[in-house]
Design a protein around this ligand. Structure first.
Ligand code: GTP
Length: 251
């Protein structure tokens, strides 16, 4: 009799949606450009960028010439970037679905969050997996600060390691701290200027696309953001994202 206790997962025919989040300037757009440059020959890729008021990141990626321009689309979030990737993902989801429909079949859609604070993560309603990006220039101790992205993103990238000697950061120590904060989860030390590290990034992306396609990959929610402060004309407010009740505002 066939074993029906653990049915084989159903293969997926839609693209892998991969989010890229992290603080301002850590190299999210550059990492996306690097993936496109290295993998556009083997994967059909599309990109959605998020900026508050502009389409600057999309323009940067188009000018990098790493993908046909029409496969790079911008979402203007008009609010804090994490709102559009976590609280109400509708605009992003529609943009992803339009891109997938217009260029079917795509293998990979990369969604870049606007730069935000250390605690911003994507909702699993928008992406299947996410990369959280730190850089050595932000300081060697950042990985120890934890938070949902650092602790539980599918991959933590410690970026711009070519700059480590100039900012006096011990990359090995930073990686070790990150592995500890992630309880052994994957950490990649990356520089777009060091091809061996770019290769490792490609191996990770390739593995994830394959496991998504075969139906083995199960999207994980890194968890809600920590409470944080938003400045506004009245002085500001604390903003909390709870597990069930998505958003609370306290003035
Ligand atoms: N030395 C070095 N510089 C890098 C690397 N990756 C990115 N940069 C630089 O870091 C700066 C910020 O990179 P971006 O890719 O724009 O960063 P971002 O996270 O997309 O920025 P926001 O969208 O504004 O949050 C740029 O000047 C990049 O050229 C790297 O591996 N090494």
């Amino acid at each position: 009799m066939p074993d029906t206790s653990s049915p084989a997962p159903a293969p997926s025919t839609r693209s892998l949606r991969l989010g890229v989040a992290g603080p301002v300037g850590t190299g999210k757009s550059s990492l996306i450009a690097t993936i496109c440059r290295a993998m556009a020959g083997e994967l059909q890729i599309g990109v959605i960028t998020n900026d508050i008021y502009t389409d600057e990141d999309a323009r940067f990626l188009r000018s990098a010439g790493v993908l046909p321009e029409e496969r790079i689309r911008a979402v203007e979030t008009g609010a804090c970037p994490h709102t559009a990737i976590r609280d109400d993902v509708t605009t992003n989801l529609l943009a992803v679905e339009d891109l997938e429909a217009d260029f079917a079949p795509l293998d990979l859609v990369l969604v870049e969050s606007g730069g935000d604070n250390l605690t911003a993560t994507f909702s699993p309603a928008l992406v299947d997996a996410q990369i959280f990006v730190l850089d050595v220039a932000g300081g060697g101790d950042v990985a120890r600060k934890g938070g949902p992205g650092i602790a539980r993103a599918d991959l933590l990238v410690i970026n711009k390691i070519d700059l480590a000697p100039y900012v006096e950061v011990d990359v090995e120590q930073m990686v070790a701290d990150a592995v500890e904060a992630r309880e052994g989860g994957p950490v990649l030390a990356l520089s777009r200027k060091q091809q061996d590290t770019v290769e490792k990034l490609c191996v990770w992306v390739r593995g994830l696309v394959a496991s998504h396609r075969s139906g083995q990959h199960v999207p994980q929610d890194p968890g809600p953001m920590a409470p944080h402060f938003h400045a506004d004309e009245d002085g500001g407010y604390v903003h909390t994202h709870g597990e069930e009740d998505a958003v609370h505002h306290q003035h």
